[in-house]
Design a protein around this ligand. Structure first.
Ligand code: SF4
Length: 244
């Protein structure tokens, strides 16, 4: 009798709630994994980098799925969706934060002054701009170029994930605080994140300063160049491994 008294009483409804929570968590995890595809993660590893799926078709399908997107409030102020541009089978993908005024008008990411600087950085690395792929975390311009809100990022990020899955790049470069923090699920500052490789779904990711920040702080160009040299070196290394 005494023993029965000290046993914790379990409410069957609590148990059911816990079970529901666990199942929902598991479902969410599996959906994320499936969004990437089990093979996708492996393809991105250095051992299997030659495997490419049909990037162009996939990207077109993803764009179609996005449609005239109204999944978050940013659709109300945009001129057009800025999906991404470049080589659908690029080995290097640059991810920025969000379209600005020029990008919103032209429908292409990184076409303003910051975009011209990014083009020079890409060319200094030995690529041509059409050889890489460039996109943003959110595809619509936030009003007055404000930072994207967490719910806007949450609504748009699945499409970034799908783009990266379709392209399967060897390397990703996250431009600026928002891109780096969103992709790496961290609140660390870009100054702490840059300069070293992180991993995004098995793909090496180098965060660095956003070109727009460089326009305001030209002295930081030296640090970005150091990051880009590491990116190039890693690219050569991965290429060597995949050619071996
Ligand atoms: S930012 Fe992304 S989720 Fe929001 S409306 Fe634009 S395309 Fe849709």
């Amino acid at each position: 009798m005494k023993q029965r008294e000290i046993m914790p009483s379990v409410n069957p409804y609590d148990e059911r709630d816990l079970l529901k929570e666990a199942i929902s968590g598991l479902r969410h995890y599996l959906e994320e994994e499936m969004a990437w595809g089990w093979d996708g993660w492996e393809h991105a590893s250095p051992a299997n980098l030659n495997s490419k799926n049909s990037g162009p078709t996939k990207l077109e399908e993803i764009r179609q799925e996005l449609g005239d997107c109204q999944r978050c409030g940013l659709h109300t102020s945009r001129t057009q969706i800025v999906f991404g541009t470049g080589n659908p089978q690029a080995e290097l993908v640059f991810v920025g934060e969000a379209p600005g005024r020029e990008e919103d008008l032209q429908g292409e990411p990184f076409v303003g002054q910051a975009g011209q600087l990014l083009t020079r950085i890409i060319e200094a690395l030995g690529w041509k701009r059409p050889e890489v792929y460039i996109t943003n975390v959110v595809k619509c311009r936030p009003p007055e170029n404000r930072n994207p809100a967490p719910e806007e990022i949450a609504a748009c990020e699945p499409f970034l994930i799908k783009q990266l899955q379709a392209i399967q790049p060897r390397l990703i470069c996250a431009l600026g605080t928002f891109a780096a923090q969103t992709l790496l699920k961290t609140e660390a500052k870009i100054s702490a994140l840059r300069g070293k490789f992180h991993t995004y779904h098995g793909i090496p990711l180098m965060p660095t300063y956003h070109p727009a920040f460089l326009l305001r702080n030209p002295l930081k160009k030296r640090e970005v160049w150091e990051d880009m040299k590491k990116l190039k070196k890693e690219y050569e290394k991965l290429k060597e491994i995949s050619n071996a």
